[in-house]
Design a protein around this ligand. Structure first.
Ligand code: DGT
Ligand code: CA
Ligand code: CA
Ligand code: ZN
Length: 609
């Protein structure tokens, strides 16, 4: 936990989630557990920090949906002291090892509690011993299968590496397994679902949905995949394996009539599904993973896995839809909703009102405005980067090597930078020798926002640039006010075009620096400075929530690869996914414009030729 004066929304989210886990372990009232979970979720997606909301005398925490007086008080205490007595009490009442047990795949607070009570299991070691001795299988609700699956997961649970995969890594595995599953003659359609299909920054496990009349053959094929290291679970129509990089892959085999519904269900998110199902109920329909049915409302858990769809038809009223996702959404009066938007935020309302945006796509991108060369820490020369960009059919790029503050990367001083710009002038001349050039190369720079304020290159140099990215690489642990003021200063500098990777986080590796994003966004809107969505799969900032807030405030976003090699130019697709998760359309993104249009929407457009 941070010091009291820097308690962030992420800290409060983590505390509330942990409280919910512990309450579940102690079998507290389910409503109370849900209150903490939903508060955690709400706070994690808030753009405004609770710390700054507290300063505002006209508003209170209870204005936030799902925050009552009790939770409001707890937030107050957390902000004031940096800790929460309730959490400390709960932690004291639970042996520390049970957290590790809760995290074993397939277990959770409830099962950890049973193991603790019946077998006094309070560490991974005692859990492993109990499984080996066959004691876990004797407990009601566990059985041989669960016991074996715990053992199979033990190495995984013990390793420190059970971090969620970056989307890019998950995608690599997903493409392999999709291609392989499509080779099965028994598989009619094969699709990836879950967080992978929603384009989430990280992915916990992979989910596959296959349409087939012959699940056994499909599942045998899955078991024989050379990526399969262990089969964790196998039923009549569902199966889980552990695959490459210890990643779990869940497979569902469904019939023709259920395919669209199953794909919809397993794409999620859970929150989106819950909202969709209650909407179905309002229309007197039942929606589950098997189909949309007329009338009769049953809970999904009452449907045994092996029950055939025909039996379900008979029990649940008339089957109405389920073959395609379009059919499913249509049956409950909605247009199809793009998977990246399905997070239970406002997508269903937008769909209902016919206001779904036409989301930006990769083919809309016309330029890439952040990349490096061998002049600093890139792997390829200026000419190689330009050639690769031409091959990618980009109309313009900006070369943005590091400024001199980044000594590690041999950052450019004014002299070297002006030299590079001379080279770029000559390159553009030769490109346009035979008429319309294949690409226009903009003279850019990635300047550093210095620890003490200011930039690492003087204004009289920057004013000669076509494009200036300002980034913060040093002094990331400075207090919020200091970091924020460094960024605000850059935003108001007339030569700065865009703020690069505005939060500095590296997914799974480094927290974002502490910054008042609401103020940053407001200031960017005021000065007409763009904000970047950095497409590097470790960065992906602005994230979806910040980018959506920026768009609403009237800020234009720039999606850039920050490529450090010609290969790096391919990462644009990750930035596009993040933008789609932010519900952004092509017109919200500056580099979907032609160069002349880009020039007209830039505040400081003095130099672009
Ligand atoms: P992950 O794997 O943690 O990255 O995230 P997801 O979203 O892929 O989650 P996963 O694999 O547990 O489940 C896939 C989808 O299945 C999920 O997005 C929605 C659906 N689903 C799973 N469990 C439930 C549930 O308890 N209720 C509802 N309504 N849907 C669920
Ligand atoms: Ca998943
Ligand atoms: Ca799953
Ligand atoms: Zn860069």
């Amino acid at each position: 936990m941070n010091k009291a004066n820097t308690v962030t929304n992420a800290d409060i989210t983590a505390v509330f989630d942990r409280v919910a886990d512990l309450l579940e372990f102690t079998e507290a009232n389910p409503f109370r557990i849900r209150a903490y979970r939903s508060a955690a979720r709400t706070i994690s997606s808030m753009i405004e920090s609770l710390a700054s909301l507290r300063e505002n005398s006209t508003r209170t925490f209870t204005d936030i949906e799902g925050i009552g007086t009790d939770l409001s008080h707890k937030i107050e205490v957390l902000l004031e002291t940096g800790s929460l007595p309730l959490l400390e009490e709960l932690e004291a009442s639970v042996p520390p090892g049970v957290f590790a047990i809760m995290r074993v795949p397939g277990l959770g607070p409830k099962k950890a509690k049973i193991l603790f009570e019946k077998l006094h299991i309070e560490s991974l070691e005692s859990l492993e011993n109990a499984c080996r001795e066959g004691r876990v299988a004797t407990i009601r609700g566990f059985g041989e299968k669960t016991q074996q699956s715990i053992l199979d997961n033990m190495a995984f649970a013990k390793s420190d590496q059970h971090q969620r995969l970056l989307w890019e890594d998950a995608d690599g595995i997903m493409q392999d397994v999709l291609a392989y599953m499509k080779q099965s003659f028994a598989a009619r359609t094969v699709e990836g679902a879950g967080s992978w299909r929603r384009g989430c920054e990280t992915v916990g496990d992979l989910d596959l949905v296959v349409e087939s009349d012959d699940p056994t053959t499909v599942m045998n094929h899955f078991a024989e995949w050379n990526g399969t290291t262990v089969v964790l679970l196998r039923g009549d129509t569902k199966m889980s394996i552990r695959g490459p990089r210890e990643t779990q892959i869940d497979l569902r085999v469904v019939t023709h009539d259920s395919f669209g519904c199953a794909l919809q269900y397993f794409t999620g998110s859970k929150e989106h599904n819950v909202l969709l199902r209650s909407r179905a109920r309002e229309h007197n329909l039942t929606l589950n993973e098997y189909g949309v049915f007329d009338g009769f409302q049953a809970s999904e858990t009452s449907v045994p896995e092996k029950m055939s769809v025909n039996v379900i038809h008979a029990e649940k009223g008339k089957w109405i839809a389920g073959r395609t996702e379009e059919d499913v959404y249509k049956a409950i009066g909605l247009p199809w909703i793009p998977s990246e938007m399905r997070e239970g935020r406002s997508e269903i309302t937008l769909a209902e009102e016919g206001r779904l945006p036409r989301l930006v796509q990769l083919s809309d991108v016309r330029g890439d405005l952040h990349m490096h060369t061998t002049a600093t820490d890139g792997e390829n020369t200026l000419e190689e980067m330009v050639q690769a960009a031409i091959e990618r059919k980009l109309e313009y790029i900006a070369i943005t090597d590091h400024g001199q503050r980044v000594t590690m990367a041999r950052g450019l001083n004014a002299k070297r930078l002006l030299n590079q710009w001379g080279e770029i002038d000559r390159l553009n001349d030769s490109l346009s020798k035979h008429g319309k050039p294949a690409i226009v190369v903009l003279k850019g720079i990635e300047v550093d926002m210095l620890e003490k304020g200011g930039l690492d290159l003087p204004d009289n140099v920057l004013e000669q640039a076509d494009w200036v990215v300002a980034s913060l690489h040093y002094g990331q642990s400075q207090p919020r006010e200091k970091i924020t003021s460094r960024i605000l200063e850059a935003i108001s500098n007339p030569h700065v075009s865009v703020i690069g990777h505005p939060t500095g986080r590296l997914i799974n590796r480094r927290q974002a620096y502490d910054v008042d994003m609401l103020t940053v966004i407001q200031s960017a809107a005021k000065y007409g400075t763009f904000l970047e969505i950095n497409a590097n799969p470790w960065r992906l900032d602005l994230n979806d929530i910040h980018a959506a807030a920026a768009q609403k405030a009237g800020v234009k976003l720039v999606i850039s690869t920050d490529a450090h090699s010609t290969q790096g130019l391919r990462q644009m697709r990750h930035g596009i996914l993040q933008a789609r998760r932010a519900s952004l359309a092509s017109q919200d993104i500056a580099n979907t414009r032609s160069l002349s249009e880009l020039r007209t929407i830039m505040k400081k457009r003095t130099r672009i030729q």
